[in-house]
Design a protein. Structure first.
Length: 291
DNA sequence: CACTTGACCTGTCCGC
DNA sequence: TGCGGACAGGTCAAGT
């Protein structure tokens, strides 16, 4: 999906657009995208007002003024796009996307009292929107296992290193992608931060010293913060709450740059498979290390 | 237990 | 133009 910067960008947009909106109706024609009991939907979603839009790792949480909330995971291709009266305005930059909604990727539509709507689009149907009692949120499997986020200032380098070193025999990229170790990093920002830290993705955690891990942490934080500033990365599907694409990939150093020269040394960026994911590296700058 | 692979889906692109 | 296969930003369950 969208990784932490994309989800945070969506959250910020929705927070401005949705707070105070009263839900009037919900429509979904793909059960796995909206796996909720109709009675609960009728009693605790319809007629409720949105009070707050939060994020934890790559999950969005929309709090309602009932005791319930919506927990949303966008997975690979999910979008949450709000359409208000700009659909009818002239010259809006996103007219083309917004005017077409709902489209064939639309899985759930929430309509509000003021006639505006929130579209949950998800081409690949991996994502979901669950209505949960607020007190049960932390019983969800994802919430139970999810680790801390590096953009949280309380997560010191010591904590970061301790968490990674619980997986000494795994390659560093697989560990960065494991949400129970560190939350929010996905394929793009794993590749970007490893390039910046000059670490090859197949290097085993136990073969990295404290200096290298400290550098990796710094670079992860830099990459995540820069991407949030740029509104995230749009590779194919990702858009924010108003249908805008993110611009981070214009600044990417390796991701999707296979065949192009490394910005540091000029060698050709190559694509391989690590941890079952497409992986971009400069194999001159990023040497696989063995202790 | 630690770690890796397949499954969940649709759409697109590439080679034959 | 069609068809098969690989691949796509994520996470689980099931395998070794």
């Amino acid at each position: 999906m969208p990784e932490l910067p994309e989800v945070e960008t969506v959250r910020r947009g929705l927070s401005d657009l949705l707070e105070g909106k009263k839900v009037m109706s919900v429509k979904s024609d793909w059960h796995k995208s909206f796996p909720n009991d109709q009675r609960l939907v009728d009693n605790y979603l319809i007629g409720s007002k949105i009070t707050e839009v939060k994020r934890r790792a790559k999950v969005i949480i929309i709090n309602l003024d009932s005791d319930y909330c919506l927990m949303i995971h966008l997975k690979m291709t999910g979008q949450l796009v709000y359409v208000g009266d700009q659909r009818f305005g002239a010259g809006h930059p996103n007219d083309s996307l917004i005017a077409k909604l709902p489209d064939k990727s639309t899985r759930v539509v929430l309509t509000f009292k003021d006639k505006s709507s929130l579209y949950f689009n998800d081409q690949r149907k991996f994502g979901w929107m669950k209505l949960l009692h607020k007190s049960r949120l932390n019983d969800e499997p994802f919430m139970k296992s999810v680790g801390p986020e590096l953009i949280d200032p309380d997560i010191t380098n010591t904590i970061f290193v301790q968490r990674l070193q619980k997986r000494p025999g795994s390659n560093i990229k697989a560990v960065l992608l494991d949400q129970s170790v560190i939350a929010g990093v996905g394929n793009i920002y794993a590749d970007e931060s490893l390039w910046a830290a000059k670490i090859h993705p197949t290097t085993l955690v136990k073969d990295l010293n404290d200096t290298e891990l400290a550098t990796l942490r710094e670079e992860l934080i830099n990459v995540l913060k820069l991407s949030i500033e740029k509104g995230g990365s749009t590779d194919k599907n990702y858009v924010d709450a108003e249908g805008n694409k993110g611009s981070y990939l214009e600044f990417a150093k390796v991701f999707r740059r296979e065949g192009k020269p490394c910005y540091r040394c000029g060698s050709v960026i190559v694509k391989s498979k690590v941890a079952a994911r497409g992986t971009h590296t400069c194999n001159v700058c990023q040497i696989k290390k063995k202790a």
